[in-house]
Design a protein around this ligand. Structure first.
Ligand SMILES: Nc1ncnc2c1ncn2[C@@H]1O[C@H](COP(=O)(O)OP(=O)(O)O)[C@@H](O)[C@H]1O
Ligand SMILES: [Mg+2]
Length: 368
């Protein structure tokens, strides 16, 4: 493995980004403002990130020759999605530092490995069980109870690859329709709200967390984020401390997001970790216009070997609204809303459920 502690980029150096979606695009834009170049690798010729970089590699992640040429062209490599194939990460890692390091992908690509890792740190999660057959699903339900959430261990996103099981459901049918033998059953968490913490960690071990964000989903897709989350300071401190411990335990370099549930229980509210995203995250988009340093800039600084920013939030409350599917067609209306900043990802067709853009709104402190 290449030595990641020695990465120290200078303006003019080049970052390789795996993945060409909106996250890659916004990473490249943040890098550009710091005088760094990016080269994007994506199999999709219509990648929105291609539009903002000079050099792009359009090839499959299994194309070893393309990966090698890409690695030769860049100084450090990062990614905008967690499902980078292990073989591709290994090819790249032999040539250039890959940050965050590829062992982190192994943990975060698999919901079971991820939950085991969090539990080993003594951090709370929903009660869960490994499920590999309809028999083990029945056993897990007996132990955990219903309602419960059955999830594929790999490749789930935006609620895909999961099903809620309720009393009276046909268990065999739910199992078959999941279409995999690698799954996890989680107790259904009657959460009061969902929050996330976006944390950045440098190779030197400095950790900076943004304000805790509250997230509202619609049809399993993030619709609205609000920072800071309206929770007691002590709970916000706990959430940030959980994210910092996870980042440090992973020896993480870059930005990561930790999604959590806030549980209102008798002894006072507490947080349970839902999942870890080893990358910049939709719930951190508010930082683009709502903080002195964005999550994208923090990630670039971290992987460049630069000091992290100490972000200060602009305004009292910042909200981020996703423009999903046809909602992007209202962009002209958003252009006229006072205080709104619109981001359009430059994607093609606005298919249902597709994230097409977002709007941030900063509410100034009272009296301003
Ligand atoms: N154990 C659970 N209890 C209650 N709600 C859950 C549970 N797991 C997931 N959810 C709901 O489903 C959403 C998506 O699940 P998540 O595990 O984050 O998968 P992904 O974001 O990868 O689709 C969560 O944000 C939450 O609203
Ligand atoms: Mg999630």
């Amino acid at each position: 493995m290449t030595d990641t502690n020695r990465v120290k980029l200078k303006p003019g150096d080049t970052i390789g980004i795996l993945g060409g979606g909106q996250l890659g695009r916004m990473l490249a834009m943040a890098a550009a403002r710091l005088g760094l170049r990016c080269q994007v690798f994506s199999p999709d010729p219509d990648s929105p990130a291609f539009d903002v970089v000079l050099n792009a590699t359009c090839a499959e992640y299994a194309d070893v020759e393309a990966l090698e040429l890409f690695a030769n062209d860049v100084d450090v490599i990062t990614y905008e999605f967690e499902n980078v194939p292990a073989a591709a990460a290994m090819v790249l890692d032999a040539r250039r530092p890959v940050l965050p390091n590829r062992k982190i992908l192994e943990t975060t690509q698999d919901r079971l490995a991820e939950k085991d890792f969090v539990a080993r740190l003594g951090i709370g999660t929903a009660v869960y069980a490994d499920v590999t057959s309809v028999t083990s699903l029945r056993e897990a339900i007996f132990r955990i109870g219903l309602p419960a959430v059955l999830k594929t261990r790999r490749f789930g996103y935006d609620g895909k690859g999961q099903a809620i099981i309720r009393e009276g459901d046909d268990i065999a049918k739910v199992w078959t329709s999941l279409g995999t033998k690698q799954a996890i059953l989680e107790a259904f968490v009657p959460f009061e709200r969902e929050i996330s913490v976006i944390a950045a960690r440098s190779a030197a071990g400095q950790v900076e967390c943004f304000d805790v964000t509250e997230n509202e989903h619609r049809d399993h897709i993030l619709k609205l984020s609000r920072a800071p989350a309206p929770i007691p300071d002590s709970l916000a401190d706990e959430a940030r401390s959980v994210a910092s411990r996870i980042a440090s335990a992973l020896d993480y370099v870059g930005v990561l997001a930790v999604e959590m549930f806030v549980l209102a229980n008798g002894t006072g509210p507490k947080v349970l970790v839902n999942e870890i995203a080893p990358r910049v995250h939709n719930s951190g988009h508010w930082t683009l216009d709502g903080a002195s340093v964005s999550q994208f800039e923090q990630h670039i600084r971290a992987i460049a070997g630069w000091p992290l920013g100490k972000p200060v939030r602009h305004g009292e409350v910042v909200t981020m609204t996703n423009l999903i599917g046809d909602e992007i067609n209202s962009y002209e209306e958003w252009l006229t809303v006072q205080g709104a900043t619109i981001h359009i990802y430059g994607k093609g067709a606005p298919r249902p459920g597709r994230k097409m853009g977002h709007v941030t709104e900063v509410r100034p402190p009272k009296g301003k």
